[in-house]
Design a protein around this ligand. Structure first.
Ligand code: ZN
Ligand code: ZN
Length: 258
């Protein structure tokens, strides 16, 4: 199969003067997760690390002028790839093991994904997924078969109620299990900004695959409905407002309860 070579691998978009969104446009949407860089007064906060197909830090280097705190919303392959490139690495205790010791069977070929995960996609009527998860190569010599995650020990464990701060901004850690046992979000009470990870994004939420819990997810969406949110920056797709958040939560709750 012919794949074009693209450079740079990442795309960058400024959501506002202080929040950059980074994506990997040449990955299949199933694994095309969002990364966010929040510029703080004393340190920058990186939320999630993408797939780790190519290093992130060289791409960001000219934009990094402060120490970086890298937070992983959960340890799924599409969110952890670049976390190891940073000195400070935050994750929930229930995801720390998977982050530190990846299974070693990570793959860009869909047929290698866990059977239970592929069966879940089929069950919920997810669109057909192509055999290969990338639509371009980061360089001519890149071998998709060589893809693996780098073991990433956390330097700080964070749980519900903890605060992650950048000097001028304070984000509250919300434990939002369901999609993953140690899934967390970051909420800034002053602005109502929520970084939702895979607990909430504008798309089909994945709730009953391996390691997932529908019961916990129901409680997570109920909690999000009661939160004073203005904007959600989710783990996948475009950002959205509170009205859309409520639609997404109610739609999924109705479907799951049926
Ligand atoms: Zn994801
Ligand atoms: Zn996930």
């Amino acid at each position: 199969m012919f794949l074009p070579v693209v450079e740079p691998w990442f795309a960058l978009e400024a959501l506002d003067p202080t929040i950059l969104k980074i994506t990997e446009p040449h990955t299949d949407p199933l694994i095309r997760a969002n990364l966010f860089l929040v510029r703080g007064r004393e340190r920058d906060l990186l939320i999630d690390g993408g797939n780790g197909i190519v290093p992130l830090r060289p791409f960001l280097s000219s934009r990094l002028t402060k120490p970086v705190v890298a937070l992983c919303t959960h340890a799924h392959v599409d969110h952890v790839g670049a976390i190891h490139e940073f000195e400070e690495r935050l994750v929930h205790p229930l995801e720390a093991e998977a982050l530190a010791h990846p299974a070693g069977d990570e793959s860009l070929f869909f047929e290698d994904f866990p059977l239970a995960f592929r069966q879940m996609l089929q069950r919920i009527g997810y669109r057909d997924v192509p055999p290969l998860m990338i639509t371009a190569l980061p360089d001519l010599a890149y071998d998709p078969g060589s893809y693996r995650l780098v073991p990433t020990p956390a330097t700080r464990l964070v749980d519900d109620g903890d605060v992650v701060e950048t000097g001028d901004r304070h984000f509250e850690v919300l434990h939002l299990p369901g999609h993953s046992p140690g899934q967390i979000g970051l909420f800034e009470p002053r602005t109502g900004i929520l970084f939702g990870g895979d607990a909430i994004y504008d798309g089909t939420l994945l709730a009953d695959g391996p390691g997932m819990s529908l019961g916990a997810y129901v409680r997570t969406l109920e909690r999000l409905l009661a939160l004073d949110v203005t904007v959600v920056h989710g783990g996948h797709g475009a950002s959205f407002d509170r009205l859309r958040l409520h639609d997404l939560c109610r739609d999924h709750l109705a479907r799951w309860r049926a």
